[in-house]
Design a binder for this molecule. Structure first.
Ligand SMILES: C[S@@+](CC[C@H](N)C(=O)[O-])C[C@H]1O[C@@H](n2cnc3c(N)ncnc32)[C@H](O)[C@@H]1O
Ligand SMILES: O=[N+]([O-])c1ccc2c(c1)CN[C@@H](CO)C2
Length: 265
C-alpha cells in the first residue's frame, strides 16, 4: 500500500469527538494561563489579524477538521470564510455548529478568551454570530491534488489559513512541501498565508485512528514555505511542556508562520 493510501486509510477511522477531547479541553485548552498551548495559538492568531493588514473578501481554511477556534480572529476581516476538510464527518460537525444545532462542541470558552485578548469589549455572542454568518461554504478538499478543491477557487482566496493539517496528512517532507504548493495555488498573488502546525510529531490519536505525522523541524517549515514561493513575515514556536504531553500524540512543539505570496505571480 502506498504511504498516501495508508494515510487515507487511517483517516477512515478518525473520530472528530475524540479528536476534540484530546486537544480542545483541559489541560491543553486551559485559559487560566497564557503559557498554555491553546491560549498561545489564539494569541498568535489575534496578534496577526489585529493590524487589519490581512483582510479581503475570502479566507479559506485548509483542513479545518471539526474546529472553528482558528477562525475567531480572522472572521472579523473577511466577508466570507470557506472551511474545508477531507472527511464528511468533520464537514458535518462544522455544519451543525454553523447552524447552531444543539449537542455540538462548546466553543464558547474559546470565543470568550479571544474577545478578551482582542480587548474591544465585544460580547462573545456577537463574535459567534459573526463567524456563523460568514462561514458560508464548507467544502471537500484533498491537499495532495494539484487542484485541492477539484477546481480552482474563483476568485482566488485573499488569505489562506491552515492548522495542523499538512504535516498530519503527509508521510514525508517532500509530500508536505508539495501539498503546501498545492494549497498555495488557492491564494491570490499578494495574499497572506497563516499556518499553525506540529513540530517533531510522528503520530496522533483520534479515537480508533492512529494517524502518522511527518516530524518537522522549524527549518523544514521555513524551507517548504520558501520552496512554495512564499515570503516569510513572522515565524514563532511553542515548546510543549511535560504537563501537556498527555499521550494523545508525541508532539514536541507548535509552530506559527505568517507568510505572503509575492505580487509577481
Ligand atoms: C490534525 S487535524 C486538524 C484539524 C484542525 N485544523 C485543528 O486545528 O485542530 C487534520 C485534518 O486534516 C484532514 N485531512 C486528512 N486528509 C486530508 C487531505 N488529503 N487533504 C486535506 N485535509 C485532510 C483531516 O480530516 C483532519 O480534519
Ligand atoms: O496542543 N495543541 O493545541 C494541539 C492541537 C492540535 C493538535 C496537536 C496539538 C498535536 N497533534 C496535531 C495532529 O497532528 C493536532
Amino acid at each position: 500500500m502506498s504511504s498516501l493510501a495508508a494515510v487515507r486509510e487511517g483517516y477512515e477511522r478518525f473520530d472528530p469527538r475524540a479528536y476534540l477531547q484530546n486537544n480542545y479541553v483541559p489541560p491543553r485548552a486551559d485559559f487560566s494561563s497564557e503559557d498554555c498551548v491553546v491560549p498561545w495559538k489564539l494569541r498568535c492568531l489575534a496578534e496577526t489579524f489585529a493590524s487589519g493588514e490581512i483582510r479581503g473578501r475570502t479566507l479559506i481554511d485548509v483542513g479545518s477538521g471539526p474546529t472553528i477556534y482558528q477562525l475567531l480572529s480572522a472572521c472579523d476581516h473577511f466577508e466570507e470564510i470557506v472551511a474545508t476538510d477531507y472527511l464528511a464527518v468533520n464537514r458535518e460537525e462544522l455544519q451543525r455548529w454553523a447552524r447552531g444545532e444543539p449537542g455540538t462542541f462548546d466553543w464558547s470558552p474559546f470565543i470568550q478568551h479571544v474577545c478578551k485578548i482582542e480587548g474591544r469589549g465585544e460580547p462573545w455572542q456577537e463574535k459567534e454570530r459573526r463567524l456563523r454568518g460568514r462561514l458560508r461554504r464548507i467544502l471537500p478538499i484533498d491537499v495532495h491534488r494539484p487542484d485541492p478543491l477539484g477546481s480552482p477557487l474563483r476568485p482566488p482566496a485573499d488569505a489562506l489559513l491552515s492548522a495542523f493539517c499538512l504535516e498530519a496528512v503527509s508521510p514525508d517532507r517532500a509530500t508536505f512541501a508539495r501539498a503546501l504548493g498545492h494549497v498555495g495555488s488557492l491564494l491570490r498573488p499578494g495574499g497572506h498565508a497563516v499556518l499553525l502546525g506540529a513540530l517533531g510529531e510522528s503520530f496522533y490519536l483520534a479515537g480508533a485512528a492512529r494517524l502518522p505525522v511527518v516530524p518537522l523541524a522549524e527549518d523544514d517549515v521555513r524551507g517548504a514555505l520558501a520552496g512554495a514561493g512564499f515570503v516569510l513575515r513572522r515565524f514563532c514556536s511553542y515548546a510543549m511542556p511535560p504537563a501537556l504531553r498527555t499521550g494523545v500524540d508525541d508532539v514536541d512543539g507548535v509552530f506559527f508562520a505568517h507568510a505572503q505570496k509575492p505580487m509577481e505571480a
